[in-house]
Ligand binder design. Structure first.
Ligand SMILES: *Cc1c(COP(=O)(O)O)cnc(C)c1O
Length: 227
């Protein structure tokens, strides 16, 4: 199936339930992105800063770019001038740097806190207690140029669909708790970024508002490292 045909069938599936589609274009050439763009897709996700900056410079300026991967503090300055949403924020230190660069650029940067829900080692993210501690801290509450729009999580890479559903359920439960405790009066705290090609249907059943789909749209990636 062509990229356009894939997108059209995903649109039919996602639009009626108001789930946003992030087209994950990492490792894919500009020609693939332009094909998706011509089919109406405007939100794209990348996980490497260098690749994201290059594509931003080369591609149409009305694309909304999301950084979905791990972000190092020293690279924040390269994306803050144009990024629409940073999905993988996992420390106060990173938020402080994003805030600092946002101030320089006279922007307010939308971020999601990445929560660790998988039972795999060496995955990035905050645990539940760390997320609450961060949101309670005075340092966080002083940051005026960032806006936490919601949470993001990556489920365990497993065939066990019950386990995946439980992990997404936990994230959804935390999302509701955090909304009630910290963002009750903030109508922007609305997003729950969960679900990739292998598990997005489960994620939607568990209340996802944004799915990050790469291989479903663009086909398998050529190299698997870091993916
Ligand atoms: C690569 C990636 C995706 C998309 O993965 P697919 O399996 O190709 O859909 C989603 N989220 C993150 C964080 C990724 O790094």
């Amino acid at each position: 199936m062509s990229i356009a045909a894939k997108l059209s069938s995903l649109k039919k599936e996602l639009d009626p339930i108001k789930v946003k589609l992030i087209a994950v274009s990492k490792t894919k050439p500009n020609s693939d992105i332009l094909e998706a763009y011509a089919a109406g897709q405007r939100i794209f996700g990348e996980n490497q800063v260098q690749e994201l900056v290059k594509k931003y410079e080369e591609l149409p300026k009305d694309i909304e770019w999301h950084l979905i991967g791990h972000l190092q503090t020293n690279k924040v300055k390269y994306i803050v001038p144009f990024v629409s949403l940073i999905h993988g924020v996992d420390s106060l230190k990173l938020l402080i740097e994003i805030n600092k660069q946002a101030l320089k650029n006279n922007r307010i940067i939308d971020c999601l806190l990445q929560i660790y829900i998988a039972d795999e080692e060496s995955k990035f993210g905050l645990d539940f207690a760390e997320a609450v501690e961060l949101l309670r801290s005075d340092e966080f509450n002083e940051l005026k140029n960032i806006r936490i729009r919601g949470l993001m999580g990556i489920a365990t890479n497993t065939e066990n669909t019950k386990k995946i559903a439980e992990e997404f359920y936990e994230l959804r439960t935390l999302f509701k708790g955090i909304k009630t405790s910290f963002f009750r009066h903030d109508d922007y705290f609305t997003e729950l970024s969960m679900g990739m090609s292998s598990d997005y249907k489960i994620a939607i059943e568990q209340g996802s508002t944004m799915v990050r789909l790469g291989s479903t749209i663009f086909g398998e990636r050529n190299y698997k490292k870091n993916n």
